[in-house]
Every structure is written in structure tokens, then in C-alpha cells.
Unconditional design. Structure first.
Length: 135
């Protein structure tokens, strides 16, 4: 895990990077990190639970609900003045489209969802606005 702190005149961002094996058994680590950061940011209990569920669902989609031996899931949590962003990458190359139930669930839980592909995988970015962002 790597933690960095960036402070500029326009933005303060705390960024936490977490990498786990691409196996559903390890997704609890990412869920727990998301809930811990959300609590630290003074999100409500409902917001914390919504973020935790959204991160879990996004990670499961990135693994297509199965293990990928020898590969990893990466989660980068970025805390800005206005939002908490979770950018996750994983080995799955096909994600559900915007009209799918999974996408609707993610948007209902966090508000903004973006996806894309990388060489050999995909990414999901969840953005939650609300709560205290900077001390």
C-alpha cells in the first residue's frame, strides 16, 4: 500500500493505493478500506454502507465473479475537497453496459460511475460527493 499527499493552491488530495490478488476472497480488504476512509471523512452511516456495497460490486464486476490467478485488482482512493473517488482496475475485459442492472445499482449508490478498458483489463471509477473532505 502506498500513500501520497499532494497539496497545491487549488486542490488538496490524499491518495491511497491498494493492490490485492484478483480473487474474490481478497475483495474484503478493498471493501474495508473504502468503509474506513468513508468513516474518516465523516460520511453518514448510510453513505458509508452505500460506498462499501458499490466498491464490492465494482470489484466483483472487474473479476467477473471468479478468480484470476497471477493477476491483481488495484484500488486507488483519492480524497479531494469536493469528492471521494475510487478508481479500480482488474483483469475482466468486458463490463456491463450503462443499461444493465449492475450499472443502475452502482449509480444509485455513489452517483457517478465511469468505466473503460486498459491493456488486458478494465477499470471502474466511482465518485461520491458529500461529507467532509479536507480537515
Amino acid at each position: 500500500m502506498r500513500t501520497t499527499w499532494h497539496d497545491t493552491a487549488t486542490e488538496t488530495t490524499d491518495s491511497i493505493e491498494l493492490k490485492v490478488p484478483a480473487d474474490p476472497a481478497y475483495l474484503a480488504v478493498i471493501r474495508t478500506a473504502a468503509a474506513g476512509l468513508a468513516a474518516r471523512l465523516d460520511l453518514t452511516l448510510d453513505e458509508i454502507e452505500d460506498l462499501r456495497i458499490a466498491v464490492d460490486e465494482a470489484c466483483a464486476l472487474l473479476l467477473d465473479h471468479r478468480a484470476h490467478p497471477g493477476e491483481d485488482v488495484m484500488a486507488i482512493f483519492s480524497i479531494g475537497r469536493e469528492a471521494l473517488e475510487v478508481h479500480m482496475t482488474g483483469p475482466t475485459t468486458v463490463l456491463p453496459d450503462r443499461n444493465s442492472f449492475a450499472w443502475s445499482v452502482l449509480e444509485a449508490l455513489v452517483g457517478q460511475v465511469e468505466t473503460g478498458t486498459t491493456d488486458g483489463g478494465s477499470w471502474v471509477r466511482l465518485t461520491h460527493v458529500g461529507g467532509r473532505r479536507v480537515p
